[in-house]
Design a protein around this ligand. Structure first.
Ligand code: DGY
Length: 328
């Protein structure tokens, strides 16, 4: 019996290809670079499935050029790089990797917020540069995290996990804005209160952005929104580049319109807006919120399981477009 041919489009743990090779003919990207669209299309010829991440651009043109594809399995939870409607229209199952990264990503979001509020990166650079001469009462004074109002934009799984850390660990009153309100039994243990977006911006001492990127969340935080925030407030973005207008944020930081920002994601990453590199009051990290070995392995293995399941005629664990699945 001929074995299905599949593509592992990103350099990933060897365990992924080893597991997939037990069932399929595997072509893998063994170099730590992304394949561009043309290369992806070329390598997807004759492939029925592919293991991808948040960096492969999957759109209607690519799908039309790869008619053998039946399943695309991403190891990321976010999928703004994938045209899911186009997948559905072509009968291609698309799966992502939710849940397994929630706590790790929330840990990082909280750490980035703390580093931002307490000026950890800025003061470390100062020390490394040999500028530390003496203790001073006002040297790198920042903002308290404990007891401060935590504002969360986007209250999905990761937003709720950040709210738990803030409310239960740091005594923070939690306010949030989301398209839909949480059920009262989810709000109550966190003391979380739904507020309108403007109120969130006005009241938050520390604003954490966890809303998925889509056309409707593009530049959800721009100059007008930043102007509503307290001048002492911090902003942390662990969602996706493009949710925040990076140029407007750089201006607000330079003008001290807000106190500081922590950013793990950027518009057009891995490029970073040059103005952000010039301001001292921003902590910049290269999209690593889910990056622990254990969690990245869980994400990769969930994507592997999804790929195997679909190609063996079983339902995947975490389909995004389950309507494409054929009844058994
Ligand atoms: C995700 O899973 O969406 C993370 O941002 C990594 O891409």
């Amino acid at each position: 019996m001929t074995r299905h041919a599949i593509l592992v489009a990103r350099h990933i743990f060897p365990e992924v290809s080893q597991r997939l090779a037990q069932h399929f003919e595997v072509e893998a990207n063994n170099a730590p670079i992304e394949w561009g669209r043309d290369e992806l299309i070329r390598r997807l010829q004759g492939k029925v499935g592919a293991f991808i991440s948040s960096t492969e651009p999957i759109d209607a043109t690519l799908l039309a050029a790869c008619p053998d594809l039946r399943v695309l399995s991403s190891m990321s939870v976010g999928y703004n790089n994938v045209d899911v409607a186009a997948c559905t229209a072509r009968g291609v199952v698309f799966t992502n990797a939710p849940d397994v990264l929630t706590e790790t990503t929330a840990d990082f979001g909280f750490a980035l917020m703390m580093a931002t509020a307490r000026r950890i990166a800025e003061s470390e650079h100062f020390l490394r540069a040999g500028k530390w001469q003496r203790w001073a009462y006002d040297m790198f004074v920042g903002a308290d995290v404990h007891g401060a109002t935590l504002g969360i934009l986007g209250m999905g799984r990761i937003g709720q996990a950040i709210a738990r850390r803030g409310a239960l660990g740091f005594g923070m009153p939690v306010i949030y804005h989301n398209r839909s309100r949480l059920a009262p039994e989810l709000e109550a243990p966190l003391g979380a209160r739904w507020v309108a977006k403007d109120e969130l911006l006005r009241q938050a001492d520390h604003l954490v952005i966890v809303v998925p990127y889509s056309a409707s969340s593009h530049h959800a935080i721009g100059a007008a929104e930043l102007a509503l925030m307290k001048s002492s407030a911090t902003l942390t973005n662990i969602a996706r580049g493009g949710v925040v207008d990076d140029a407007a944020l750089a201006r607000a930081l330079a003008d001290r319109r807000i106190a500081a920002a922590g950013l793990d994601v950027f518009e057009g990453e891995p490029e970073v807006h040059p103005a952000l590199l010039q301001v001292p009051n921003v902590v910049l990290t290269p999209h690593i919120a889910s990056a622990t070995i254990a969690t990245r392995m869980k994400m990769a293995m969930l994507a592997t399981d999804n790929l195997i399941a679909v190609l063996q005629g079983r339902p995947p664990l975490t389909p995004v477009n389950p309507q494409v699945l054929k009844p058994a």
